[in-house]
Design a binder for this molecule. Sequence first.
Ligand code: NCD
Length: 360
Amino acid sequence: MAKRIFDVSWDQFQTLSLAEKTPYLMQTDGVPYHTLIAQQFGHSLLERLALLANEIRAIAKTRAGTEFLRSQVAHKRAMLYFSQPSSRTFLSFVSACQILGVPTGEVRDISISSEFKGESREDSVRTFSSYFDLIIMRTPEKGLAERMAWVLSNSERPIPIINAGSGQDQHPTQALLDTYTLLRSFERCGGLRDRTVLFCGDLLRGRTVRSLSYLLTNYPNIKQVFVAPGPLQIGEDVLAVLKAKNVAYELTDDFHAAIPQADAVYMTRIQDEWDTTQGESAKIDTRRFKFGIDELKLLSPRAIIMHPLPRRDEISTAVDSDPRAMYWRQMRNGMWIRTALIAMTFGCEKRIHEYFRHNY
Ligand code: NCD
């Protein structure tokens, strides 16, 4: 599956639109080589991934199935390079690797890595590629995963990179698990079409919303409602994509008025780690952007409540026991969809389908 970006310099690559970058990131059979941006995932690929994830979670229920899965990618090793806080995304990738038999290594604390001695990130990543066959990375820096993918694809040891969160910009695998959760939630009642998805919270700096908003444009007639205090409202670049794709959307700061129309409410945390001046977020009145018992009463009985987690107080714990609270199941879905993505990246899709067909 060796893929090299031969024909474009880094300077040229950066000038490409997200859609133009996509072909450089894919393998010939339409599956990702590097997974960097949500724009790589069209409708048929999303459906393929969801199917594979469903099969994997069924196969993993038996001991024989677990052993089969563990033999799939046992010849590859993965490096988790997480220079930003993470517990769930990190552990879900570790679990996904374990399910497929992929041994893992990690660097999480830059202060004890050679970067601290002044090694460039390019050299660090090339070092990882000497020992590993996949890099899963989370960084506070927008565009760094892309840069590293370009560096590796032009090195003598190209290996794939999966973006596990890059700056305020993209979080493609979170968007995959969110889409998978929506697909599963609505599969018995008409599927993911003709729905309203409401996003609430820090929509300006939350990367999960930016990636998910794009993925939802792959499904028919999904209206997107963005509920946030003015200074944290969704970015113009996201809206430009929706306009170009003729997707219905609405911006509001009236959460209570918006809730009754929602089929899914996607809550997010205030991302104050991005504040440029101290206490900037604390000055914003976010009290009306929280989900508690009063909001539950306004929500349709068939709607679901999602959150990428971690939460602070934007969803009251009193909501947790309501059957519409989907965030814990959403998190577990992340492990299965990431397992499917890694399996697909390493060419195991067909074998898993065959095993499933023969045994289920
Ligand atoms: C999110 C992230 O890191 O972008 N969490 C996650 O990956 N599940 C959201 C957040 O930190 O608020």
